[in-house]
Write a protein that binds this ligand. Structure first.
Ligand code: AMP
Ligand code: MN
Ligand code: MN
Ligand code: MN
Length: 277
C-alpha cells in the first residue's frame, strides 16, 4: 500500500492541477491519498472525481496556517466535510489576510529597490485568494532578483529575514475545533521542520494534545530514518497517531518528496489511516 496524505495543487502553491496531481500519484503507485492545499478546499471535488476514476482511495484534506506562541505552524485537517461552515469561515478568514501581507512584503521589497512585486506576484498565482510566499519567491526568481527560490527565502522571505512580515493566522485551538466540527482529524504538519528547541516542541505537542489534536506527521517530504524514529517515539509518548505525506508542490522542489510514495513508518506507529479504512 502506497500512501500520501499531504500534497499541494494549483489551488494553493503547487504547480499541478488537482486532476494532474491525482494522475501523477496514481502513476507513482499511490493507493490512498489526501489533497491538502493551504487554507483552501476548492480542489477537493475535482481531485476526488479523478481518484474515483483511477480507483485511488481519496481523503479530503486541508493544511491550515496557524499562529502558535508567536510562530507559524501548519495543521492539517484530514477527512473533513467540505460543507462545514465553521471550517469554511475559518479558512476564509485566514485567506483574507494574504493580500494585505503581500502588500506589506512588497513595500519592504520596494525599499530594497525591488519594485512591482505586488502585481508581479498576483499575476503568478493561479488562485488570486491564495497568494503565498512561494509565489513571491517565484516572482523574485523570474524577475532576476535571485537565482533560485531558496535564495529568495534565505535573503528576503524566510521568517525573520529582511522582508518578512509577522502575520496573525488562525489560533491553534480554534483550528483544531473547526477541523473537529467538520468531522475531521487534526494533524501537526512536518513537526521536524519548525526549528524548535526540545522544550518548545514538547510545548507544541502538549498544547496540541490539550486542544484535542490526534496526530503528527512522522514522515514529511524527505525525512531520514532517524527523523522518523524520533518522531515515532514522540508520537508514542504523546499518544498521537502517525501520518505521512510527501508535501509535494512541484517536481524537485524544496522540502517535498516524490508524490504518492512515502517510506514505511516505524512499526511502533499507529497510522492515522487506520481510521479511514
Ligand atoms: P506562506 O503560507 O505564504 O507563508 O508560504 C509558505 C510556503 O512557502 C510553504 O508552504 C512552502 O511551500 C514555501 N516555503 C517556505 N519556506 C521555504 C523555503 N525555505 N524554500 C522554499 N519554499 C519555502
Ligand atoms: Mn506550500
Ligand atoms: Mn506546510
Ligand atoms: Mn504542505
Amino acid at each position: 500500500m502506497s500512501i500520501d496524505l499531504h500534497c499541494h495543487s494549483t489551488i494553493s502553491d503547487g504547480t499541478l492541477t488537482p486532476t494532474q496531481l491525482v494522475r501523477l500519484a496514481h502513476a507513482n503507485g499511490c493507493t490512498l491519498m489526501a489533497l491538502t492545499d493551504h487554507d483552501h478546499t476548492a480542489g477537493l471535488i475535482e481531485a476526488r472525481k479523478m481518484a474515483d476514476q483511477l480507483d485511488i482511495k481519496f481523503i479530503n484534506g486541508v493544511e491550515i496556517s496557524v499562529s502558535w506562541r508567536g510562530r507559524t505552524i501548519h495543521i492539517i485537517g484530514l477527512n473533513i466535510a467540505l460543507e462545514d461552515t465553521t471550517l469554511q469561515n475559518l479558512l476564509a478568514q485566514v485567506r483574507a489576510g494574504r493580500l494585505l501581507r503581500l502588500r506589506a512584503i512588497s513595500d519592504k521589497l520596494a525599499k530594497k529597490g525591488i519594485i512591482g512585486a505586488y502585481d508581479g506576484t498576483i499575476a503568478l498565482a493561479t488562485n488570486a485568494e491564495m497568494v503565498t510566499r512561494t509565489h513571491i519567491a517565484d516572482y523574485l526568481v523570474n524577475s532576476g532578483h535571485v537565482r533560485k527560490k531558496a535564495d529568495a527565502f534565505r535573503k528576503y522571505l524566510g521568517d525573520g529575514k529582511s522582508c518578512s512580515v509577522k502575520h496573525q493566522w488562525a489560533g491553534l485551538s480554534e483550528t483544531v475545533a473547526a477541523i473537529h466540527h467538520a468531522g475531521g482529524i487534526a494533524v501537526i504538519a512536518h513537526p521536524m521542520r519548525y526549528d524548535l528547541s526540545a522544550t518548545a516542541r514538547r510545548n507544541l505537542f502538549s498544547d496540541f494534545k490539550e486542544c484535542g489534536g490526534e496526530a503528527i506527521e512522522v514522515h514529511s517530504g524527505r525525512t531520514n530514518l532517524n527523523d522518523r524514529l524520533n518522531y515515532a517515539l514522540l508520537a508514542q509518548q504523546f499518544g498521537f497517531l502517525a501520518s505521512s505525506g510527501s508535501d509535494f508542490h512541484r517536481e524537485g522542489d524544496y522540502g517535498g518528496g516524490q508524490l504518492g510514495c512515502c517510506p514505511q513508518l516505524p512499526p511502533i506507529c499507529k497510522p492515522v489511516w487506520t481510521l479511514f479504512s
